[in-house]
Design a protein around this ligand. Structure first.
Ligand code: FMN
Length: 262
């Protein structure tokens, strides 16, 4: 699938073919997409543990559910528990030097091993590694993890899978996956084959572009060019908005199939 169409087809899937396992190869594709994501100071904050739902005992599965994610968690055959490794800055000095060695960070931009040791490490990385500015670490970690998770989600869509990022209760799964102490729990990325149509009722509502993005200064909304909008429709990045006319009937049918309230 072309990139723009992958972006256009992604939406949160909440009805999975709960009986159908996902091929391990496809999970690997998702993890590879996440691994290749851009990461602050090459520190790779995102850590994740892949768990097959059917390997969880009943009590653990029940305990994981939040009121806003319970059914998603139950129906998804694969759970990828995501964490931000708050210790990822430790060792970043070496990883930055490696970027210098491979020609990613260059003298043209002021980079050298000496610059990393004499400036970046003492002024930027060490205070972060020491946890002096937790808010900055959290900001970097959230952005870093979000980008990587997003790439995994798009890779999943490209593989014909459905995904939904969801909240989870941390303690019950921690007993099983045993995350290190400095891993901050984020979200569970639920994966499976969609039981709903891939359209899932259409693209979900968003605020107009000019309310979310600005040009030059806040208040000066970024006005989309209608010609580009048409091109994106042709490339299937912009798709029919929810609700599609048959969505209510689809939900009714899904409710009956899964024995859920209508
Ligand atoms: C960080 C994050 C957390 C989310 N948590 C939940 C959740 O707990 N339960 C849920 O049903 N959807 C969850 N979602 C999915 C959003 O509700 C979803 O993005 C929204 O419905 C917009 O629709 P779309 O993803 O289909 O475009 C989450 C999404 C993100 C990015």
């Amino acid at each position: 699938m072309e990139f723009k169409e992958v972006v256009g087809r992604r939406r949160s899937i909440r009805y999975f073919q709960s009986w159908r396992q996902v091929e391990r190869e496809k999970i690997q594709v998702m993890l590879e997409a996440a691994r290749l994501a851009s990461c602050a100071v090459n520190a790779t904050f995102l850590k994740a543990v892949v768990v097959v739902r059917d390997q969880l005992d009943h009590d653990t599965l029940e305990a994981l559910k939040t009121p806003v994610s319970g059914l998603n968690i139950e129906l998804a055959p694969v759970h990828i528990y995501t964490y931000a490794d708050m210790g990822a800055y430790v060792g970043a000095q070496g990883r930055l030097k490696k970027l210098v060695d491979v020609g990613a960070l260059n003298a043209t931009h002021g980079w050298s091993h000496k610059f990393v040791d004499d400036f970046v490490w003492p002024n930027i990385l060490k205070p972060l590694a020491d946890g002096a500015t937790q808010a900055s670490v959290a900001g970097a970690a959230a952005s870093d993890a979000g980008i990587a998770i997003c790439q995994a989600m798009l890779a999943a869509v490209d593989e014909g899978l459905g995904v939904c990022l969801s909240a989870f209760v941390h303690e019950p799964i921690a007993k099983i996956v045993n995350p290190p102490k400095d891993w901050l729990p984020l979200w569970v990325l639920l994966v499976g084959y969609p039981a709903e149509s891939w359209e899932a009722g259409g693209q979900r509502p968003r605020p107009p572009m000019e309310e979310q993005f600005f040009e030059g200064k806040y208040g000066n909304g970024f006005k989309p060019d209608p010609k580009v909008t048409e091109q994106l429709k042709a490339a299937k990045m912009i798709q029919a908005p929810a609700p599609l006319p048959w969505r209510k009937d689809e939900i009714k049918a899904l409710a009956r199939m899964f024995g859920l309230p209508e």
